[in-house]
Design a protein around this ligand. Structure first.
Ligand SMILES: Cc1cc2nc3c(=O)[nH]c(=O)nc-3n(C[C@H](O)[C@H](O)[C@H](O)COP(=O)(O)O)c2cc1C
Length: 370
């Protein structure tokens, strides 16, 4: 069965499925998420046309639209040809780490995930399963690129290594992706699911300074490096974060990753989904994604834009918005704030269950047809 049909059927059965025992629901969806992705990748997708007015050139790279997948969807560089055919404005693989990782398992549930469809939200505690920088970089090196759908790689320091080893491993990964021909890089400074905290004070300054010395200053071609922070980042800390990124020679910021402010988001979860939400947060923790992050991601990204307007930089630097991007209105709101790019994850799958592989085409029709 094609993934599109499966998604539609799942949408119809969902009200019944979601009434099952909570651990059972999480087990079904955790397993179902992975097998659904595999099925999606087997679908034959006819390439769609992307309206020209959607295109933009950032860092000298042609993005044919301002919307692409967020990190974590194609951890091992799956699906490039699929999203390129769907009409995505770019593609992001990873997050990868120096050593391969199995990811998290608890209560006999591998890579725990729960959707809250009525709330346009989800929780996940995957724990960065991936095959490692080098294996994934080798795979991406053989990709045939599609014009206007540049390839990005998301990387993170390996949570199981001490800081020095982790940074060395990260630099090795950055170089491998540079050699593999990717178009841009994203450093994940914000994963809530791998058992280590990323402080945004002295630790951040130290880690980023290391990357400047060992990678940024030694890049062999124009290869933008973006840093992704959490949607839980306090907006007051953005000026100092931006100053740091600009002074060290980074090329952009992404706000951001999932949230661990479980209580804050409870009101945004539909009453019928709150029991599952609370159970997931208590049992696994993990990160909250989707609609509850919509306002925050827009506010953080526009705060960055305002700061950059006040303090224009000599280097080309862009802001990416991630969190609760679900459709036309969100992309429009980002455009109004001149936010360069949007990434989506939870909203992508919601749109897929409605529009299938035409999800980008439908969005562009509504966004660009006058
Ligand atoms: C199942 C799942 C896995 C994710 N894995 C990663 C990851 O590996 N790296 C990362 O930077 N973000 C990861 N994220 C976070 C997303 O990239 C994104 O920042 C977050 O979900 C907010 O966007 P959304 O509201 O559109 O889902 C993951 C999110 C989900 C739902």
């Amino acid at each position: 069965m094609k993934a599109e049909w499966l998604a539609r059927w799942e949408g119809r059965l969902r009200p019944v499925l979601m009434k099952g025992p909570r651990a059972w629901v999480i087990r079904q969806y955790s397993h179902g998420r992975a097998s659904f992705l595999k099925r999606m990748l087997n679908d034959k997708v006819s390439p769609v046309d992307v309206p020209r007015e959607a295109a933009r050139t950032l860092w000298g790279i042609h993005f044919r639209s301002p919307l692409m997948n967020a990190a974590g969807m194609f951890k091992n560089a799956e699906g490039y040809q699929m999203v390129a055919a769907q009409g995505a404005g770019g593609y992001l693989l990873g997050t990868t780490t120096a050593r391969p990782r199995q990811g998290n398992e608890r209560e006999k549930i591998r890579h725990p995930f729960a959707p809250y469809p009525r709330s346009g939200s989800a929780s996940n505690w995957l724990g960065l399963p991936n095959e490692g920088h080098l294996a994934v970089a080798k795979r991406v090196a053989s990709f045939e690129k599609v014009d206007g759908c540049p390839i990005g790689a998301s990387l993170m320091t390996d949570p199981g290594l001490d800081e020095q080893e982790a940074l060395e491993g990260l630099v090795e990964g950055l170089r491998a992706y540079e050699d593999a021909g990717v178009d841009f890089l994203e450093i994940n400074e914000s994963c809530p699911n791998a058992g280590h905290a990323h402080d945004i004070g002295e630790g951040l300054a130290r880690r980023l300074a290391y990357l400047q010395e060992h990678f940024l200053d030694k890049r062999r071609r124009r290869l933008p490096v973006i840093v992704k922070f959490s949607n839980d980042t306090a907006s007051e800390s953005l000026p100092s974060i931006l100053d740091l990124l600009l002074s060290l020679g980074f090329d952009g910021v992404n706000v951001g990753n999932t949230s661990t402010q479980y209580k804050k988001h409870l009101d945004a979860i539909a009453p019928s989904e709150q029991a599952l939400y609370n159970f997931f947060c208590e049992t696994f923790g993990g990160g909250v994604s989707g609609r509850p992050l919509k306002k925050t991601s827009l506010s953080l990204a526009s705060t960055c834009m305002n700061y950059l307007k006040e303090k224009p930089s000599e280097r080309e630097f862009h802001v990416i918005r991630t969190g609760g991007v679900e459709g036309v209105e969100d992309v429009k709101a980002s455009e109004e704030h001149r936010i360069a790019l949007n990434q989506w994850y939870t909203g992508y799958f919601e749109s897929f269950s409605r529009d299938g592989h035409q999800l980008y085409a439908r969005l562009y029709e509504r966004l660009y047809t006058k």
